[in-house]
Design a protein around this ligand. Structure first.
Ligand SMILES: Cc1ncc(COP(=O)(O)OP(=O)(O)O)c(N)n1
Ligand SMILES: Cc1ncsc1CCOP(=O)(O)O
Ligand SMILES: [Mg+2]
Length: 536
């Protein structure tokens, strides 16, 4: 389907909902063979919809086989680029690659310190910094001296929000080795102690799971694991630069970091899968824009146990199915509202009672279930999964937090459908691994109904996720009303859920009919056609 947010089936970079506004600076070295360095950075950043500016630290002479020279620019040349850009095109994110001398490391560190402190003091957005510590090229050649790495640990790391070393670089910076098959916790701990905000250790040169590249991210409090099949390719020139720049470009556009990690890993996987020989050595990673095929995306988890457990869950028994298109999906807080909606012909609906102490909770759910059966409707119960099982509801809807405590096996055994809330691609993939009946994507627009910890996802991200999971029933929720509902459906999503569009409507019944029509409810469409026919 071609929608305003896709162009000939391709997702249009830049979000489709506004102009390119995310400026990402790439500070690093020029690679004249254009496989890595600033040249790769620019391709990744611009191809993913941000605007890349460049600050050159060194002119390298290299090709696909070897790095023959690293010619650092003078500190004056480096400083002049930083100054002129800052005066006109301030960065949302700065991606740093090659810093070629101790003096460059010290200068950039001091400059970052000042930029961060001034931004904070003046109430401006503090730019985030992603550092890919380029120490060794993929050809195996050393790019910087040991003294430069020592300066990095001393001066630069405290100003880094995300460090993206491979195993060798992590070991060099932390001063301790990584062992295959052993989680790199002590190394991460050491890097965090040196002042970085979070670390992504890439699995390309380090084996944690057989046949898989496992990337491991931690900020000390939480962890993210991303695993993708190890590709048998000799053509990975520019892998590190491309991944770090892709993360920066996506993060700069307001995606949560965990979502930037997922999309960037998919970007790299598709680039490596398509890479071909160019020159006598390692060919360059291909730059193909947003990943649009879920095969390229990693499997994800918040612990290694979860990820390895999902090895057994590659094809777990799915939850009981529900239709791809659920029609209009109102979410309401009383049996009275359910009765009104069912009478209006609504076939998918949810009882969402937020007061767990409600004395008549059981009676309300029992009455709701009875009504659902009477109208042969798909009634989901929010949160109260035990009562939903006991009282024989059609399904249960659970949020992210509920997934920690709910007995999913019991819900599955009882034959109830399961819907799960998600707020970005990381949560979406993680929840999809459980094979639920549907996945909810929210919030799409700002909502007054619920305080959301995440940012609105908007239509571009909705379309992106729909394209990646075409065979899973998906429901959009959050801030959807009669004016926005058609654009929501145009993304290809199966259905949309609403609260206030109906509960705050002046005349609920006519709003329900309008929304049913937009959602493609068969009864509503037939009724509209009948009325239109009668008018002719
Ligand atoms: C269809 C649908 N999508 C999302 C939600 C939100 O559920 P949850 O994350 O559990 O938050 P609460 O509704 O419990 O506040 C939903 N209820 N329905
Ligand atoms: C429960 C919930 N979960 C995500 S957004 C939301 C509220 C949706 O309400 P509204 O349709 O009024 O924006
Ligand atoms: Mg809930």
């Amino acid at each position: 389907m071609i929608t305003p947010y896709t162009c000939g089936g391709e997702l249009v970079a830049g979000g489709g909902e506004g102009q390119v506004s995310a400026i990402v600076w790439a500070i690093g070295g020029s690679d004249c063979s254009a496989g890595a360095g600033i040249q790769a950075d620019l391709q990744a950043i611009n191809g993913l919809g941000a605007h890349g500016c460049t600050v050159i630290t060194a002119v390298t002479a290299q090709n696909s086989v070897a790095v023959s020279q690293v010619n650092p620019v003078s500190d004056l040349v480096l400083q002049s680029q930083l100054d002129v850009l800052l005066a006109d095109l301030p960065p949302r994110i700065i991606k740093i690659g090659l810093l070629a001398t101790v003096s460059q490391v010290v200068m950039v560190s001091q400059w970052l310190q000042q930029l961060k402190q001034t931004s904070e003091q003046t109430g401006h957005r503090v730019p985030l910094v992603v550092y890919d510590p380029v120490a060794v090229a993929s050809s195996g050649d050393n790019l910087v001296a040991e003294s430069t790495l020592t300066a990095v640990t001393k001066h630069l790391l405290p100003w880094i929000d995300l460090l993206t070393p491979n195993a060798m670089e992590a070991a060099l910076l932390a001063g301790m080795a990584l062992q295959d098959g052993v989680l790199p916790e002590p190394v991460i701990k050491q890097l965090l102690a040196l002042g970085v905000g979070s670390v992504l250790i890439k699995g390309g040169h380090y084996q944690l799971l057989a046949d898989h590249c496992l990337d491991y991210w931690s900020n000390g409090d939480s962890q993210r694991y991303l695993s993708a099949p190890r590709l048998d390719t000799a053509h990975g020139h520019g892998t590190g630069c491309s991944l770090a720049s892709a993360i920066a470009a996506i993060w700069a556009q307001g995606y949560a970091l965990e979502d930037a990690l997922v999309f960037a890993r998919g970007y790299l996987q598709q680039g490596l899968a398509a890479a071909v020989s160019l020159g006598a050595g390692a060919g360059p990673v291909k730059h193909l824009g947003w990943p649009t095929d879920s095969v390229m995306l990693p499997r994800v988890g918040a612990s290694l146990a979860e990820l390895t457990a999902s090895d057994e869950l590659v094809s777990p028994v799915p939850f009981a199915p529900c239709p791809q298109r659920l029609g209009l999906y109102p979410v309401v807080d009383s049996v009275a509202w359910l009765a009104r909606l069912l009478a209006a012909g609504v076939k998918t609906l949810q009882l969402r009672i937020k007061d767990p102490q409600s004395p008549d909770l059981r009676q309300q759910i029992a009455a709701a279930v009875a009504l659902g059966h009477q109208y042969q409707a798909r009634l989901f119960i929010n949160d109260h999964w035990q009562l939903a099982i006991e009282l024989g509801a059609y399904g249960v809807h659970l949020g992210q937090e509920d997934l920690q405590t709910a007995d999913l096996a019991a819900i599955k055994r009882a034959g109830l459908r399961l819907g799960i809330s998600t707020h970005g691609i990381y949560e979406l993939l993680r929840a999809a691994q459980l094979r639920p009946s549907y996945l909810a994507l929210g919030h799409i627009f700002a909502t007054q109904t619920k305080q959301m910890p995440s940012q609105p996802q908007g239509l571009f991200r909705l379309a992106q996720q729909v394209q990646l999971l075409p065979n899973t029933p998906l429901v959009a929720i959050g801030g959807i009303d009669a004016e926005r509902a058609s654009a929501v459906m145009n993304t290809g999503v199966g259905s949309f859920a609403v609260v206030s569009a109906i509960t705050k409507a002046t005349v609920a019944e006519s709003m329900i009919a309008k929304l049913q029509h937009i959602a493609g409810d068969p009864v509503a469409v037939a009724e509209t056609n009948r009325v239109a026919g009668a008018c002719l």
